[in-house]
Design a protein around this ligand. Structure first.
Ligand SMILES: Nc1nc2c(ncn2[C@@H]2O[C@H](COP(=O)(O)OP(=O)(O)OP(=O)(O)O)[C@@H](O)[C@H]2O)c(=O)[nH]1
Length: 428
């Protein structure tokens, strides 16, 4: 096994930079840089020297023993001064040592997974935590990283193993004088798992939204003030505004943190009939995106009706309230009137939806749970058919167990690893 090393903090100038080393030669590397191997898990200040004995930097060193580190391997971390020159010199020095090589992106985490320090769902949680930009994303990622999904999966597994064992006992003792009907107990064990799976599957859509962001589309006729409103919401000039109708030809996206929720605001082309081919493509695209968005904010001038039908939660406002002060429910991107109220409304609407999320957060989880559900429902149908179908029902339970095992990576791991690790950065 190679010993790997990498800069684990972001590259560039900083107060401190952390370089990680993991693998069998990690402590040898520490010894050759600073003369000894400091006590494990205790910060120790040392002068680092290169092969020729020249000072590289003064560093805080942390060493970890096998099974008591992030990767599960013998490892070490150097906290050095965060300049490019220092980190480059130390990385060069490490690279010149026998058995050491630079880590690939995500390789530390991959080793943690291989050594059983994290399960697959926790690896996903870790990736999400590193990507988290808002409070809701951080909380959700922490739940996954702390292993909640793994615990649920373990509880489901125990229930289903018990159910399968009961069924198998029926098969083995089918000739006994007094057969015990196990199907009520098996049925209730399976039903409980099915119900929990259903709840989790329902919550994945929202959890994915929290992960990737809610889309909020601003829609309305040309020149009604959509871009101006978007700029007011974003607090900066993100979209182009002009007096010329049809300026916004494509969909402009601005990512924002709205009270902890990740939101992508979409400024869409003004909806109207047009002869202009380019503008008409923009309008089609705007309609599509607006349809698919999680929420729509309609801007209408007095007397106008929205071009597309607002849905339940959608927000309909009177545009340019500074010019239309006699009409209620207005907003003005120009003066800022009503903008704070709109932000609150968007946040409340989305926050109400965000409460529906569980511990499963990805399409991958949904797929595994879906496969489990199908098998469990088949088992439930077989149960009332008596002993003759007991072995078929037991087989369905085993299929469900396998499907749920893939949630935490007990099986079928290879084909998902590359996809999951593709998002990891160097040093993680
Ligand atoms: N008085 C007033 N004028 C506004 C307001 N919002 C926008 N305007 C003006 O209306 C014109 C159009 O504004 P935009 O924000 O570009 O409108 P839009 O809906 O994005 O237009 P398209 O991109 O063509 O669809 C500009 O001259 C703005 O200055 C407002 O709240 N009050």
């Amino acid at each position: 096994m190679d010993t790997i090393f990498a800069l684990s903090t972001a590259p560039g100038k900083a107060g401190v930079a952390i370089i990680r080393v993991s693998g069998p030669a990690a402590h040898d590397a520490v010894r050759s840089l600073c003369g000894d191997v400091p006590v494990a898990r205790q910060a120790s200040l040392r002068v680092l020297r290169d092969r020729e004995g020249r000072r590289l930097d003064e560093a805080l060193i942390l060493t970890f023993e096998q099974d008591r580190s992030f990767t599960g391997e013998v490892s070490a971390e150097f906290q050095v001064h965060g300049s490019t020159a220092v980190t480059t010199a130390l990385l060069d020095e490490l690279g010149s040592m026998d058995g050491l090589r630079p880590a690939e992106a995500g390789e530390f985490t991959r080793r943690a997974l291989e050594n059983g320090m994290l399960d697959l769902a926790q690896v996903e949680g870790l990736a999400d935590l590193i990507d988290a930009e808002t409070e809701a994303q951080r909380r959700q990622a922490m739940r996954v990283l702390s292993g909640d999904l793994g615990q649920k999966a373990e509880a489901w597994r125990r229930s289903l193993i018990r159910a399968a064992a009961l069924l198998e006992a029926t098969i083995d003792f089918a000739d006994e004088e007094v057969p015990v009907d196990v199907s009520p107990e098996v049925g209730s064990l399976v039903m409980n798992v099915v119900e929990e799976l259903r709840r989790e599957i329902d919550g994945v859509g929202i959890a994915e939204r929290i992960r990737t962001g809610f889309e909020v589309a601003i829609v309305g006729a040309p020149n009604v003030g959509k871009s101006t409103l978007l700029n007011a919401l974003a607090g900066r000039d993100a979209a182009i505004t002009s007096e010329h109708a049809g300026t916004t030809r494509d969909v402009i996206e601005v990512r924002m943190d709205l009270g902890g929720l990740p939101v992508t605001l979409l400024d869409t082309a003004g909806l109207r009939e047009t002869e202009d081919a380019v503008e008409s493509i923009g309008i089609d695209r705007a309609r599509n995106r607006a349809d698919q968005a999680d929420l729509r904010v309609f801007l209408v001038e007095p007397g106008q009706v929205p071009e597309i039908q607002p849905m339940d939660d959608d927000i309909v406002l009177t545009a340019k309230s500074d010019l239309n002060s006699d009409v209620g429910n207005g907003i003005s991107g120009k003066t800022g009137e009503g903008v704070t109220g709109l932000v609150d409304r968007i946040r409340e609407t989305l926050a109400a939806r965000a409460t529906g999320s569980g511990v499963a957060t990805r399409q991958r989880h949904k797929d595994s749970m879906g496969r489990g559900m199908v098998a469990l429902e088949a088992a439930l149908q077989l149960l009332p058919m008596g002993e003759d179908c007991a072995d078929l029902a037991a087989e369905e339970l085993r299929t469900a167990i396998r499907a749920l095992d893939s949630l935490v990576g007990r099986i079928d791991i290879e084909n998902v690893l590359d996809e999951i690790f593709a998002s990891f950065c160097l040093g993680k």
